[in-house]
Design a protein around this ligand. Structure first.
Ligand SMILES: [Zn+2]
Length: 195
């Protein structure tokens, strides 16, 4: 199955398997990619007001463009201040995504994992950083510090001797580019019950 660099603006699928309720199911991928490229190309030239962005792709601005822009904003690629949109630099983006701010990742990130959902939580953290575009070494570093700083590691329940060993044993999750959503949701349910 072909993979795409840009996620579906609605369900984040990167192949033709959309979520059941996705509103872009069946939309041709070239149309999805064109919407992203239109938005990103204009923003690469510099900050722009939302109105100017829309009129810049005049005639073509549609729901797909709107959704692509929203996806870029929600994923921390684009910031908006006083009606002006700006593409974050690679450095700013890495900073931005190091702290997931949307559920269910927010709960996992802030509260840490608890025994009973470690596998799902670690899987979700790795898959999420892969999805937002971090390299393996960046992902590894982020997940190791999350294990330590969130208190996850000290709660125990791991076979590996160190956080780094644990993360290394899950590298296949990063390589395969699995989705994070289902694992994150079930981990969050366990963490919520635990608190
Ligand atoms: Zn979709």
């Amino acid at each position: 199955m072909p993979q795409f660099d840009y996620p579906c603006p609605d369900c984040r699928a990167t192949n033709s398997l959309h979520d059941v309720d996705c509103r872009f199911e069946g939309t041709p991928w070239p149309a999805v990619e064109k919407a992203y490229v239109d938005v990103v190309a204009r923003l690469t030239a510099g900050p722009v007001s939302a109105d100017d962005l829309e009129s810049n792709v005049h005639g073509d601005w549609d729901n797909l463009h709107r959704a692509a822009l929203q996806r870029l904003e929600r994923d921390g690629r684009v910031s908006e201040a006083n009606g002006v949109l700006r593409l974050l630099t690679a450095e700013e983006f890495r900073e931005e995504v190091s702290e997931p701010t949307a559920e269910p990742m927010k709960t996992i990130y802030r509260r840490g994992s608890v025994p009973g959902c470690h596998d799902n939580a670690v899987f979700a953290m790795i898959a999420w950083y892969e999805m937002v575009g971090l390299s393996w070494s960046e992902t590894r570093e982020k997940v190791v510090s999350w294990l330590e700083e969130s208190g996850t590691w000290s709660r125990g329940g791991f076979e590996e001797a160190t956080p780094a060993q644990l993360v290394d044993s899950k590298r296949h999750v990063y390589e395969a580019g699995y989705g994070w959503k289902e694992k994150a949701q079930s981990a969050k349910r366990v963490i919520d019950r635990h608190h």
